[in-house]
Ligand binder design. Structure first.
Ligand SMILES: Cc1cc2nc3c(=O)[nH]c(=O)nc-3n(C[C@H](O)[C@H](O)[C@H](O)COP(=O)(O)OP(=O)(O)OC[C@H]3O[C@@H](n4cnc5c(N)ncnc54)[C@H](O)[C@@H]3O)c2cc1C
Length: 313
């Protein structure tokens, strides 16, 4: 069921009569393991409204807009800041849910307000950036408000005073610091590194990068001196899940039609013949191998949906 007008939400949900439903953007962070029996709701609210404040560009964007097209639109209108997040698949409405991030930037830096329809209270509401409780690949929409709201629009505040963010990965190679150069580089690197989901089925990073205590990290360093990490706070570090999976030799391994990508260990692919059962098997095998070798519990970033709703890995 596609919903184009936010004011129609109440009537449309009343029609469901408490039957099961799943809200779907473009499905790039969702894997349907089998045929879902509930109703799929597709928020299709469109439009970009641009306002200017003294210091910021303020963009109110419909939840159904495509994320990359928004980044492109900003580049065309000389609004710079979102270029590091180019080519992330999916909708604008899903972006705050897991606080999308790439190349040293997370969307929380630019969120001014998220407008949503609260299904339990049956009213339209808003949250500012602080109210969204953003964290790494996380927000209030994955916790307290999970599956209880429909995001209708997101308002971004992009500073007019643009600052390049090039401390991450291949962006360090850039000498020319224009936003367009960063945009082009991000697109080039992403296209060369990540399988295109339109050609090879995949949902991007399957697992989140685990955040562990410095204590555990110190112990792991004794066995794995080259284990990489990024600081989180005074007590914790983040470890790339791809590195952990790679150490255990999973790259290129397959169960039926589901494989661990030969170049990017964090991406599980489907050659077209894979089943939901095979995906669960491979993901669970990786998860338990990482637990037994590193004492780290991997969490899936991707949402897994079975016949009757969410499936726990
Ligand atoms: C090749 C590839 C690369 C990727 N790279 C990155 C990356 O670099 N960084 C990153 O952060 N992510 C990345 N992802 C993950 C994905 O792009 C993001 O999670 C994106 O925000 C998902 O958007 P979507 O519209 O497809 O969401 P969906 O998969 O449709 O939905 C995701 C979740 O949001 C909910 N939802 C969607 N729309 C709404 C709405 N309007 N209201 C309420 N709930 C809603 C759904 O119920 C679901 O829980 C990648 C994915 C792929 C396939």
């Amino acid at each position: 069921m596609s919903i184009e007008v936010a004011e129609d939400l109440q009537a449309q949900f009343n029609e469901l009569n408490n039957a099961a439903f799943y809200i779907l953007g473009e499905g790039s962070n969702t894997v349907f393991l089998e045929d879902y029996q509930g109703t799929v709701i597709k928020p299709a609210f469109m439009g970009i409204d641009l306002e200017y404040t003294e210091t910021h560009y303020r963009l109110k964007v419909g939840a159904g807009e495509n994320w990359h097209q928004l980044v492109l639109w900003c580049m065309q209108h000389q609004i710079y800041g979102l270029e590091n997040l180019a080519l992330i698949p999916g909708t604008v409405g899903a972006a705050p849910i897991q606080n999308i991030g790439a190349y040293g930037v997370e969307i929380e830096q630019f969120i001014y307000q998220v407008d949503y329809y609260d299904l339990s209270e049956q009213s339209h509401k808003s949250l500012d950036s602080q109210g969204c409780e953003f964290a790494y690949r996380d927000s209030v929409f994955k916790k307290r408000l999970a599956d209880k709201v429909v995001i209708t629009s997101v308002t971004f505040a992009v500073p007019k005073n643009w600052q390049a963010v090039v401390h991450y990965g291949e962006l360090k190679e850039l000498f020319e610091l224009s936003a367009i150069d960063i945009f082009n580089k991000v697109v080039e690197v992403r296209q060369s590194k990540l399988p295109d989901p339109a050609k090879i089925g995949n949902a991007g990073s399957f697992f989140k990068n685990p955040i562990v205590s410095k204590d555990l990290f110190g112990k792991l360093q004794q066995t794995w001196p080259s284990i990489p990490s990024y600081p989180v706070d005074t007590d914790k570090v983040k470890i790339p899940a791809a590195w952990l999976i790679d150490q255990l030799g999973f790259k290129g391994k397959k169960i039926g039609g589901i494989g661990c990508h030969p170049k990017q260990a964090l991406v599980l692919t489907n050659d077209g013949s894979g089943t939901g059962e095979q995906l669960l098997q491979l993901a669970r095998t990786i998860k338990s191998a990482v637990l037994s070798e590193f004492s780290i519990v991997l969490e899936n970033e991707v949402r897994l949906i079975g016949k009757n709703g969410p499936v726990i890995l």
